[in-house]
Design a protein around this ligand. Structure first.
Ligand SMILES: [Ca+2]
Ligand SMILES: [Ca+2]
Ligand SMILES: [Ca+2]
Length: 342
């Protein structure tokens, strides 16, 4: 059945391609609109470990599909379109787990991991992907001393149905969110308002302790946690959880023309709040926003809000402030979000 659908889609695609490539105006072919793009938001959570994805193509008509996994807590969701696979970092299994061919699975179905990794980790959080390399940020203490800041980045290589641990990088700061821009890995410095970058991160091929290439402070943030970088629009979005015990003091910052501003801020210096747009306040429902995704086309920010157990979306952000979310879709202990357009 699935093969048939895929074949039919291919035929439909061929017709569209043929029409769009044809310069002949002397036939009466019906115009087939190519604007059939759909947008999905993939999410993980620490309440039941299941994967839920939302069709957010139209924010006033959002549908949800939940895949039931054996994990009971998970973080760091990612979607790979080439294998129609959702991948998450299982916090109960302490390993990466992937599920292929998920789009035809009905909501509520129990799925079995068919891309599996070894259980190497202690407290996996965000996942960042570069080609076949899957990097997981682990925020457990590394050296047995909770008073010294450290963390570990696990670098896995995906091949067929396996994630193989290549090496680990120990950081000299606490980890949470990570995201790639090309070969550079951006990481938040947990418990602070700082943002670090490792240039050419994957060139670190052996187990080692490596300091960030550069670290800057982001004015206006109390404690950052989640981040996402959109290459097409050169936009960085960082979340602010404020105090972890306060479910009303969260926010997020949108930084346009990000690379210019980041490059113009010296190591150890501060990126001014006047160069950013901050969203926070009573209407936002932001308490502990732990992860973020960004749709540059619609200028929409999606948030995994852990303290209030919900998935939020914001658009028409303008100059920021106390904006009500356009989407507030309950998801207990939401831990991560990932946006995919096709
Ligand atoms: Ca330590
Ligand atoms: Ca908070
Ligand atoms: Ca994410």
């Amino acid at each position: 059945m699935k093969k048939q659908i895929k074949t039919l889609s291919l035929i439909a695609l061929s017709i569209i391609t043929f029409n769009s490539c044809s310069d002949d105006d002397d036939n009466n072919n019906i115009e087939i609109p190519v604007d059939t793009q759909s947008t999905r938001l993939y999410t993980s959570n620490n309440a039941d470990g299941n994967i839920t994805y939302y069709d957010v193509t139209n924010l006033s008509n959002v549908s949800a599909t939940t895949l039931v996994t054996a994990s009971v807590a998970a973080d760091g969701i990612y979607y790979d379109a080439s294998t129609d696979a959702a991948i998450q970092a299982s916090r109960s299994g302490l390993a990466l787990e992937g599920f292929t061919d998920i789009s035809d699975v009905a909501t509520g179905t129990t799925v079995t991991s068919d891309i599996t990794g070894t259980a190497d980790m202690v407290s996996p959080r965000e996942v960042a992907v570069n080609g076949n390399f899957y990097v997981v940020a682990d925020n457990a203490d590394v050296d047995g001393d909770d008073t010294t800041a450290d963390g570990r980045l696990y670098i896995y290589e995906r091949s067929n149905g396996t994630f193989t641990l290549r090496n680990t990088i120990t950081t000299d700061f606490k980890l949470w969110g990570i995201t790639f821009n090309g070969n550079d890995l951006f990481a938040v410095v947990d418990t602070t308002n700082q943002l670090a970058v490792y240039t050419d991160f994957l060139s670190n091929t052996t187990d080692a302790t490596v300091s960030a290439t550069k670290t800057i402070a982001v004015e206006g943030i109390v404690r950052t946690h989640g981040l996402t970088y959109d290459v097409s629009s050169n936009t960085m979005v960082l979340t602010d959880i404020g105090s972890a015990g306060d479910a009303t003091d969260g926010g997020f910052h949108v930084i346009s023309d990000f690379l210019t501003k980041f490059n113009n801020t010296a190591d150890g210096d501060t990126l001014a709040l006047t160069s950013q747009v901050r969203v926070a306040g009573a209407s936002t429902v932001l308490g502990n926003p732990v992860d973020v995704a960004y749709d540059a086309e619609t200028e929409t920010v999606f948030i995994a809000e852990a303290a209030n157990g919900t998935i939020l979306a914001f658009n028409n952000i303008g100059t920021g402030g106390d904006i009500a979310p356009v989407l507030n879709n309950g998801l207990a202990s939401a831990s991560a979000v990932y946006l995919s357009k096709d």
